[in-house]
Design a protein around this ligand. Structure first.
Ligand code: PMP
Length: 311
């Protein structure tokens, strides 16, 4: 008996071919209080081989670097990342035969460090008090000291980051909603997802509503996201693109992560929970519409966090 009526994925020559084309999942139970004419969907980015939305920009930055002659055999891929982009560089580097060196705050979770080490990454641990900005400064200094040794994609200022979402994620959302998407809601980290998907959906539909979500405090627990007022602003971030900015607390995001597991059967990461909090807030204002958000990653890297057992 076939387990699903979906067409079967053809065999691939490399995991590289499996980046993108992730499922779009309707959230019915979480959105049960909404009218039937308001639909809420989330794009399950843990279906990428590295388990997160960041496989898309990492692959595009690497392939663009190769095309531009900036990444050649023997060079080391260097960047600053507290997590998912690093995991993406790590497996893509291994699959393509490049060494990878990453600066990350020393307090990054043990799961993450183990994953990166398993892929053979050289980790440079930076002062946790300086957060992700400390890691960025370290990567910049390493690159400046030896530019010929490294390929430094610099995800915060590399247009290939948002362009991965412009050519991939945004097109997929349009096709998967059959052009019915009215609102796109997502959190800001490098802002690549928001900028790329936002620009693509606006091309398709100029009245699309783009909603950018941020943590409500600089001292948040929403890994992968930035409190823009206090962080180093990414060069690729254009604050004029979103129609609306919302803030979400760490506690609200954690509660939503628990609800998504219990009510939808979806075990997602914390920024994914925060995205759903913001997307529901948007959806509750509507009498009709199709609201799409992103499940940036799954919960596996966050299982040691305390909130799971706190009520
Ligand atoms: N959530 C998670 C878990 C992430 O790793 C990232 C990437 N930093 C984001 C959200 C934000 O995505 P972007 O960098 O495209 O703004």
């Amino acid at each position: 008996m076939q387990s699903s009526s979906r067409p079967l994925f053809p065999a691939v020559e490399s995991p590289i071919e499996l980046v993108g084309q992730t499922p779009l999942i309707r959230l019915r139970r979480i959105a049960a209080d909404l009218p039937e004419s308001v639909r809420l969907y989330a794009k399950a980015e843990w279906y990428n081989p590295g388990g997160s939305v960041k496989d898309r920009p990492a692959l595009n930055m690497i392939q663009t670097g190769e095309k531009q002659g900036k990444l050649t055999p023997g060079k080391i891929i260097l960047d600053a990342t507290s997590g998912n982009t690093g995991i993406a560089y790590a497996w893509i580097g291994a699959a393509l035969g490049y060494k990878v060196k990453l600066a990350l705050p020393a307090n990054a979770s043990p799961e993450r460090k183990k994953i990166l080490t398993a892929y053979g990454v050289d980790l440079v641990l930076t002062d946790p008090a300086l957060g992700s900005d400390g890691a960025i400064e370290k990567a910049r200094a390493l690159y400046a000291a030896n530019p010929d040794l490294y390929f430094y994609p610099d995800q915060y200022s590399n247009p290939a980051n948002w362009q991965a979402h412009y050519h991939g994620t945004g097109v997929e959302i349009w096709q998967q909603t059959e052009g019915q998407v009215t609102h796109f809601v997502t959190g800001l980290g490098t802002s690549g997802t928001c900028m790329g998907v936002g620009r693509r959906l606006r091309d398709y539909r100029p009245d699309i509503q783009i909603v950018a979500m941020q943590p409500d405090s600089p001292f948040h627990g929403l890994e992968g996201l930035k409190h823009m007022a206090t962080a180093l602003k990414p060069d690729i971030y254009d604050p004029s693109l979103p129609d609306l900015n919302l803030e979400v607390s760490t506690e609200a995001a954690q509660n939503m992560v628990k609800r998504l597991a219990l009510e939808e059967g979806l075990l997602v990461g914390i920024s994914a929970g925060a995205n759903v909090v913001a997307a529901l807030q948007v959806a509750r204002q509507l009498s009709s519409g199709v609201v799409v958000t992103i499940f940036c990653d799954g919960a596996d890297k966050y299982l040691s966090e305390r909130f799971w057992t706190e009520s």
